[in-house]
Design a protein around this ligand. Structure first.
Ligand code: PRX
Length: 670
C-alpha cells in the first residue's frame, strides 16, 4: 500500500491531541511505502546523476570532482585500481580542503554568510561567518606551524561542540597535518591511547566542558593521563569555561599554550598548501572486532568529494537558502562529514549546538529549529526515540514549518520512530532520508533522494549514484533478493584508504573474505523485491549503542583490567531506547563479592577507561562462561540468554550445564 495523501499526515502533526496522534500512527504502521510528499519539489537533478553513474561510474565521479571542488592542479588520472584494495583517486591532482571549505566562498563574496549559528548550552549565541572562520583558521594554521607541526604530522583534537573544533580541523587541513579527533565523551585514557598509537605531536583541547549544567575539568584529565607521552610536544588549550570548580587550569611551561594567545601572536595570512589528492586528511579511530581501535584513514580529494556531493544530493541542498543542522558530535564520522566538511564545502549556513537535547528542557531542539528556521535536520533514531518518550507536546510548542528534509543515521530506524519523525516533526511534508554509511565509507552510501525515492520506514532504500552495494551468501554467491552479507563491489572516492600504519589489518578486515575488490561492510542486510536495502545489524563483535560503535572486546578488556575481575564476556541486547545495550557477564576472582556496590564500581571503571557510553547496562555474575572445547567464548549463546531466547545447540560447549546456570541468573538479575 502506498500513501500519497499528505493532508491526513499534516493533521497528525504537532498540536493534535495525544489520542488522535496515536491512532494516526497506528494506521500508518500498516503503510509499507510512502511516495514523495506531494508538495515537495526536488532541486537537484539526481535522476541524471543516477543515469550518468550507471553508464560510466568513474566518469561520473570525475565530472562531479571537477564540478564541485576547486583544484589547484587539475587531475588527469581519475582512478588507479591497479593495486586493489589500495585504490587511488584523482592522484595527480592537487587541492586544499580548507580552501574549498572557506577561501573559495569568501572569494565569491560570501564572507559575511554565517557558517555556524552556534548556541551554548546556557543560551549563549555566536554567529561565526565564513570570513571569521577563514581568519581564525589561518592564524591557528600559522600557530601550529610555529609549534613545529609539518605536513603529515598528526594533531589530536579533543574538544566539545564549540566553533573552535571546526577551526582546529580546518587549520590542520590547511597545512596538511592529519587530524585525529577524539569524541569529547570518551575518557582521557581513551584519548591517550589514540594519541599514543598515532604518535600525535600536538593535542588541541579545552579547559573545561559543560554538560547539562555541570562542568568537567578536561585539561586536568588530559594532564593526568598524558604527562609522559614522549611524542606529544605541545598541548593547545581553548579557554572555554574558565576555571573549573574555582580551580585555574594548570599550564605546563614549554609544552602548553593557550589557543587565544597562539592566535594573537600568529601571522594572519597562511596560504593553503596545495596537497596531493591522496594526501592524508584525517584518522578517526573506530571500534572493530578486537580491543584495539582501528585508525580509519581518509585522504583529501576523494573524501571531500564524497562529503560534498552526498551532502548536496541526499539533503536536496540549496546553499543559498537552506539552514542545516546535524545534531551529531564532531567526534564521530557524522560530525566530520556532515557538520564540518560537507556543509562548509557547500557553503551553507549550519546550526552548531553545544548541549544535550534535554537541557535546559526537552524542547531545546525544537526551539532552535524555530528560531533559526532550520530547513534540514539530521539526527539519530535513538534521539527520536527519546523525544517520543518525552512527548509530542515539546515539539508542539514551536513552529517547525521551516523544516523541509529530515535525516536519520547511525542505526536501523524502527518504523514507529520513523512515523513519529515524519508526522510530529515533519508534519507529513518532509521526506525522510534514512542514510546508511560508516566511518569507513566516509560519506553516505545508501539513502533515498528527497522527492524522488519512495520511502519504506526502516529501509535506507537504494544506493546513491556511483555506489554498488550487493548482498552475498556466506559462500560469496550474489543474492538478488533475501538476507545476506552486505558488500560493496567497486571502489568509491571517499572510501577509507587503509588503517593507520596497519595495511595488513586493513586487508584482513575488509578485503580478505571475498577478495581485494569486494569491500566487506560488516553488516547483514536484506534486499527486497524492489531492490531496497534493509540493514539488519553487525555481523562482527561490534555493538551499536545509541548509534555509537563500541567493540565487545574493548569493553571486556576494560572490565578485566579491574582487579576484582577474573573474566568477562560482553554482548549486545536489543533495547527499545538505545537500539542495543551492553550486557556484561563477569566472573569475579574467588575472594570478591558480586553485589550492587561492585556493579557500580565496575560501571565506573569502564566509564573511566573508555567513557560513559561504554558502561554496561546490566552486569550478570557468572561462575563460568560458555566456552567451546578450544576455549572460545560463545557470545551467541550469551546473547540468546540476555534476550531471553530459547537456547540453541549447546553440545559444542565444554560444559553444557553452564548455560542453564546463567539462564537462571539472568532471569533474576535486574
Ligand atoms: O551497522 C551500521 C550502522 O552503523 C555502522 C557504522 O557505524 P559508524 O562507523 O560509527 O558510523 C555511524 C554513522 C555513519 C554500520 O555498519 N548504521 C549506520 N547507519 C545506519 C546503520 N544501520 C542501519 N541504518 C542506518 N541508516
Amino acid at each position: 500500500m502506498a500513501a500519497t495523501d499528505t493532508g491526513d499526515a499534516n493533521r497528525a502533526g504537532a498540536g493534535s491531541a495525544g489520542g488522535e496522534l496515536e491512532a494516526e500512527l497506528a494506521r500508518l504502521l500498516a503503510v509499507e511505502s510512502f511516495d514523495p510528499p506531494a508538495g515537495f519539489t526536488p532541486r537537484q537533478p539526481e535522476q541524471a546523476d543516477a543515469r550518468d553513474a550507471a553508464a560510466d561510474p568513474v566518469g561520473f565521479w570525475a565530472a562531479k570532482a571537477r564540478e564541485l571542488l576547486s583544484w589547484d592542479k587539475p587531475f588527469t588520472r581519475v582512478l588507479d585500481d591497479t593495486n586493489p584494495p589500495f585504490y587511488r583517486w584523482f592522484d595527480d591532482g592537487e587541492l586544499n580542503v580548507s580552501a574549498n571549505c572557506l577561501d573559495r566562498h569568501v572569494a565569491a563574496g560570501l564572507g559575511e554568510r554565517v557558517a555556524y549559528h552556534w548556541r551554548g548550552e546556557e543560551g549563549e549565541r555566536r554567529d561565526v561567518t565564513y570570513a571569521e572562520l577563514l581568519a581564525d583558521t589561518q592564524k591557528l594554521a600559522n600557530g601550529l606551524l610555529s609549534l613545529g607541526v609539518a605536513a603529515g604530522d598528526v594533531v589530536g583534537i579533543y574538544l566539545p561542540m564549540i566553533p573552535e573544533v571546526a577551526v582546529a580541523m580546518l587549520a590542520c587541513a590547511r597545512i596538511g597535518a592529519v587530524h585525529n579527533v577524539v569524541f569529547g565523551g570518551f575518557a582521557p585514557s581513551a584519548v591517550r591511547e589514540r594519541m599514543e598509537v598515532s604518535d600525535a605531536k600536538v593535542l588541541i583541547t579545552v579547559d573545561g566542558a559543560r554538560r547539562k549544567g555541570r562542568t568537567a575539568a578536561v585539561k586536568a584529565g588530559v594532564d593526568e593521563e598524558m604527562a609522559d607521552l614522549p611524542k606529544l610536544e605541545h598541548v593547545v588549550v581553548v579557554r572555554s569555561t574558565g576555571p573549573v570548580g574555582g580551580v585555574e587550569t594548570a599550564m605546563r611551561a614549554g609544552r602548553d599554550v593557550w589557543y587565544d594567545e597562539l592566535l594573537a601572536a600568529a601571522d594572519p595570512v597562511c596560504p593553503p598548501a596545495p596537497l596531493g589528492a591522496e594526501h592524508p586528511l584525517f584518522i578517526l579511530y573506530s571500534s572493530g572486532s578486537t580491543a584495539k581501535p582501528k585508525g580509519i584513514l581518509h585522504t583529501t580529494g576523494g573524501y571531500l568529494l564524497g562529503a560534498t556531493y552526498t551532502h548536496r544530493a541526499v539533503f536536496d541542498l540549496d546553499p543559498e537558502t537552506d539552514v542545516y543542522w546535524c545534531s551529531a558530535d564532531v567526534g564521530w564520522i557524522t560530525g566530520h562529514s556532515y557538520i564540518v566538511y560537507g556543509p562548509l564545502s557547500n557553503g551553507v549556513t549550519s546550526v552548531m549546538y553545544e548541549g544535550a537535547p534535554d537541557y535546559p528542557d526537552f524542547d531545546i531542539w525544537w526551539q532552535l529549529i524555530a528560531e533559526y528556521k532550520v530547513t534540514i535536520f539530521y539526527t539519530a533514531p535513538t534521539a527520536i526515540r527519546a523525544c517520543i518518550k518525552w512527548g509530542a507536546e515539546y515539539p508542539a510548542r514551536h513552529d517547525l514549518s521551516s523544516l523541509r528534509v529530515l535525516g536519520s543515521v547511525g542505526e536501523p530506524i524502527n518504523p514507529k520512530a520513523w512515523l513519529w519523525y515524519h508526522e510530529v516533526i515533519g508534519g507529513g511534508r518532509c521526506p525522510i532520508v534514512d542514510t546508511w554509511w560508516q566511518t569507513e565509507t566516509g560519506s553516505i552510501m545508501i539513502s533515498p533522494i528527497p522527492g524522488i525515492t519512495s520511502t519504506k520506514p526502516g529501509s535506507a532504500t537504494r544506493p546513491l549514484p556511483g555506489i554498488t552495494p550487493a548482498l552475498l551468501t556466506e559462500d560469496g554467491e550474489p543474492l538478488a533478493e533475501g538476507t545476506g552479507v552486505l558488500v560493496i563491489t567497486s571502489p568509491w572516492p571517499s572510501m577509507l584508504r587503509t588503517l593507520y600504519r596497519d595495511d595488513e589489518r586493513f586487508v584482513q578486515t575488509y578485503f580478505s573474505r571475498f577478495g581485494p575488490r569486494t569491500y566487506l561492510v560488516g553488516d547483514a542486510a536484506r534486499l527486497d523485491a524492489d531492490g531496497y536495502f534493509w540493514i539488519i545489524g553487525r555481523i562482527d563483535d561490534v555493538i551499536n549503542v545509541s548509534g555509537h560503535r563500541l567493540s565487545t572486546a574493548e569493553v571486556e578488556s576494560a572490565l578485566v583490567s579491574h582487579e576484582a575481575v577474573a573474566e568477562a564476556a560482553v554482548v549486545a541486547q536489543a533495547d527499545a531506547d538505545t537500539g542495543q545495550a551492553i550486557v556484561a557477564f563477569v566472573t569475579l576472582r574467588g575472594d570478591q563479592v558480586g553485589d550492587d556496590d561492585m556493579i557500580a564500581e565496575l560501571r565506573d571503571h569502564v566509564a573511566h577507561r573508555i567513557g560513559k557510553l561504554a558502561r554496561p547496562r546490566r552486569v550478570i555474575w557468572a561462575e563460568d562462561l560458555p566456552k567451546t572445547r578450544s576455549g572460545k567464548i560463545m557470545r551467541r549463546l550469551l546473547r540468546d540468554v540476555a534476550e531471553g531466547r530459547e537456547l540453541g545447540d549447546v553440545t559444542t560447549l565444554r560444559d553444557p550445564s553452564v548455560m542453564a546456570a546463567l539462564a537462571a541468573k539472568v532471569a533474576t538479575a535486574p
